[in-house]
Design a protein around this ligand. Structure first.
Ligand code: UN1
Length: 498
């Protein structure tokens, strides 16, 4: 826990206080590298969720009425606190979900970036004015907050992803009930504590920890105006169905099956460095992780060799150890999922070039480790080429031409991130134009989006919304159009034209 802020264990944060849950069920937070128990957090019931939503609803009128620049001042202070506590928060997140310290520092940094960036909107939140079609009539539009926002987040970016949702929601004048992943409740509590320390009034941000049941209670609560969800496609689609049945707005960020194209003329050293990072960084547990490499014939052998060479040298271990390059998977069930997919790949006829097993390194037995794995000879119809694995597994696929490579990249249901390595500007520009994903990189892997650009995917990755960038404001607000007629007479739009 954060040393400088007293974050009590086993409590939710509701209406400005750390409170005991109604029931006594607890989640246990476990270090996936060592098996060490880090602490407990409430496995909250529908009654806890109800309490939190009521608190948020009660806080809404005065938060909404607080001028946006004032709301933003609190968020700027939150950014400063995040800077000050970056190291502690990063260490906690590494212990809780396993990725290495340089990456959890990046995770916290992404939250800092987002908070500074979007707090700046407190003095903008632009609408626009436009001429009316009638004389002596003013017309303009403004953004309005929605009300109580339910935020449901995954464990892979336990600080950054909550910040992407909570900070914009707050600057826009909404109040929040935050339900983090059951694997990372302590990081969520610490992040909540920092935001609260910055000066948020009671009820403006509420934390209820728990698993699926807690999430379902939040989704189904009649007091919620919007659910912002990042997680698996299966759960996301259920969330969407439940929200849509009640006419509740929902923003979804779900799976990916991200691909990188490597053309024959590419800088293969750069491609190998970048793809090692994109495929095996965060142990492959990023929505943006590269899980398919599509190579043209002459580059194929070298790409596989250089990638395998680098991946073989990655040191697995506890993410707190500076010598570690790759941490464990987050849980036993995630590792099981990865093992199942590698088995499926083998049966489908892919060749395991590297990995395909748990590492045989003494000292790692208690963690959920899995070796970096490269599958070669993957073809577009295979399940390992179509389904999200969310682990350190990358499949190499052949393409005869740029056209075929683009077709393979686009030939999955998801559309988050893609990349192309080439020195040929014509090929790069064609790929940028024809690839149907929300994010495209040239001469860079599929990971590493920056907060001030829209983040999100096409097709089954999402439902059309974007996080990051100014586009995120469209998720957390709705428009109000205002007409002020100062002509002193009845003027009917579309009718009284002359
Ligand atoms: C995610 O895995 O959901 O672009 C987020 C990236 C990071 C964010 C990933 N900035 O890889």
């Amino acid at each position: 826990m954060l040393e400088l802020l007293a974050v009590p264990q086993g409590r939710n944060y509701i209406a400005g206080r750390w409170v005991d849950p109604v029931g006594d069920r607890m989640l246990t937070s476990v270090n996936p590298a060592t098996g060490e128990v880090l602490g407990v957090a409430p496995d909250s019931s529908a009654a806890d969720v109800d309490r939190a939503v009521r608190a948020a609803a009660e806080a809404w009128p005065s938060w909404r009425a607080t001028p946006a620049p004032r709301r933003a001042e609190i968020l700027f202070r939150a950014a400063e606190l995040l800077v000050r506590h970056k190291e502690e928060l990063a260490r906690l997140a590494t212990r809780e979900m396993g990725k290495i310290l340089t990456e959890t520092r990046g995770d916290v940094q992404e939250a800092i970036d987002m908070t500074y960036f979007i707090a700046g909107e407190g003095r903008r939140l632009h609408g626009y004015t436009t001429p009316s079609e009638m004389p002596r009539k003013a017309a303009y539009c403004v953004r309005q907050p929605l009300g109580v926002v339910g935020v449901i987040t995954p464990w892979n970016f336990p600080v950054a992803i909550p910040s992407w949702k909570i900070v914009p929601a707050l600057v826009c004048g909404n109040t929040v009930v935050f339900k983090p992943a059951p694997e990372t409740p302590l990081s969520a509590a610490a992040f909540t504590a920092l935001l609260v320390e910055a000066g948020l009034p009671p009820g403006v941000l509420n934390l209820v920890t728990g698993g699926d049941e807690t999430g379902a209670a939040l989704v189904d609560h009649p007091g919620i105006a919007l659910i912002s969800f990042t997680g698996s496609t299966d759960v996301g689609l259920q969330v969407a169905a439940r929200c849509q049945a009640r006419g509740v707005r929902v923003s979804l960020e779900m799976g990916g099956k991200n691909a990188a194209i490597v053309l024959d003329d590419a800088d293969l050293e750069l491609a190998a460095d970048a793809l090692t990072w994109s495929a095996f960084g965060t142990t492959g547990q990023r929505c943006t992780a590269c899980s398919r490499i599509v190579v043209t014939p002459r580059a194929h052998r070298e790409v596989v060799e250089r990638l395998a060479d680098r991946a073989r040298r990655l040191r697995l271990g506890d993410g707190l150890d500076p010598a570690t390059d790759m941490g464990p998977l987050v849980s036993a069930s995630q590792r099981q999922r990865v093992e199942t997919y590698v088995e499926i790949g083998r049966r489908e006829g892919a060749t395991v070039v590297l990995g395909g097993e748990r590492p045989r390194v003494p000292g790692l037995e208690r963690g959920f480790f899995y070796a970096p794995t490269i599958l070669d000879g993957v073809t577009p119809g295979m399940r390992v080429a179509q389904e999200e694995i969310f682990g350190p597994v990358v499949g190499v696929m052949d393409a005869a031409s740029l056209e075929e490579a683009i077709e393979i990249v686009n030939g999955v249901r998801y559309g988050l991130s893609a990349s192309i390595f080439t020195r040929d500007v014509f090929a790069a520009m064609r790929a940028v134009e024809e690839i149907r994903t929300g994010i495209v990189y040239v001469n860079h892997g599929t990971t590493g989006a920056e907060v001030h650009l829209p983040f999100g995917g096409t097709r089954a990755t999402g439902n059309g919304h974007r996080e990051g960038g100014l586009q995120v404001l469209d998720v957390f607000t709705e428009w109000k159009s205002v007409y002020i007629d100062y002509s002193g007479r009845l003027q009917r739009a579309q009718i009284d034209r002359d």
